[in-house]
Design a protein around this ligand. Sequence first.
Ligand code: IPE
Ligand code: IPE
Ligand code: MG
Length: 246
Amino acid sequence: MHILKTEKLPRHLAIIMDGNGRWAKARMLRRIVGHRKGVETVRMIVEECSLLGISCLTLFAFSAENWLRPKTEVQALMMLLKKYIKMEVPRMMQNNIRFNVIGNREELPSDVNRVVDDAIAKTAGNSGMILTLALSYGARQEIVRAATIMAADMASGKISATEVSESLFAGYLYTADMPEPDFLIRTSGEMRISNFLLWQLAYTELYFTDINWPDFGKRELHKALCDYQDRERRFGRTSDQLQARG
Ligand code: IPE
Ligand code: IPE
Ligand code: MG
């Protein structure tokens, strides 16, 4: 196993969980079997991140664009989501995890919204890791929504045009209360962002692995985090400057 340093973990880890379908196809199984196996990976990764002391874990579970998939797959995914969230609440309580959802919740079926509300309410008092599921989430949609609400606040006089800044704008995003992701992992070999957290990923360290999500285990997580720990985040400065600052 790779040796992790406890002091240099990402505060916020974001994951694009990809490759469930290909995992299943390679085994001549139905895509939904891959999604089911993917849920097991989610449970394990959530627990491990919480034990490691990561403050925020954000998982891309269903994109705004995923509504374009065959109806049967969308329905199966919604059922699986509902089952997972319902089933996980006791473990979230045990692990002091606070549950959160970002995305266009209006598009989700009402039974899914009910279990989401219930999980958010039950875990609201927990002070450990914040687990955010991105559901029916698209970053461009999020940015347009933020701009629309901001424009309404301007029209009503709540804010003025001269006040607009990066931080004011970020306050209108779903992630207003969260630090930006330090590290993004995408599984299954695809090297794209797929409309995930476009604003928030501006200075995030990116990591791509060929492993499909159902096969992504603790070992792969530790390997990815070790890779993160070896990186120098310069934010535009030079390496010498960073060294001088200590
Ligand atoms: C990720 O796996 C899960 C979701 C997008 C819901 P995919 O279903 O995208 O798997 P591939 O990319 O087809 O292998
Ligand atoms: C991105 O995966 C969305 C999730 C992981 C939920 P996709 O598999 O839908 O991404 P694209 O469309 O292939 O880029
Ligand atoms: Mg995919």
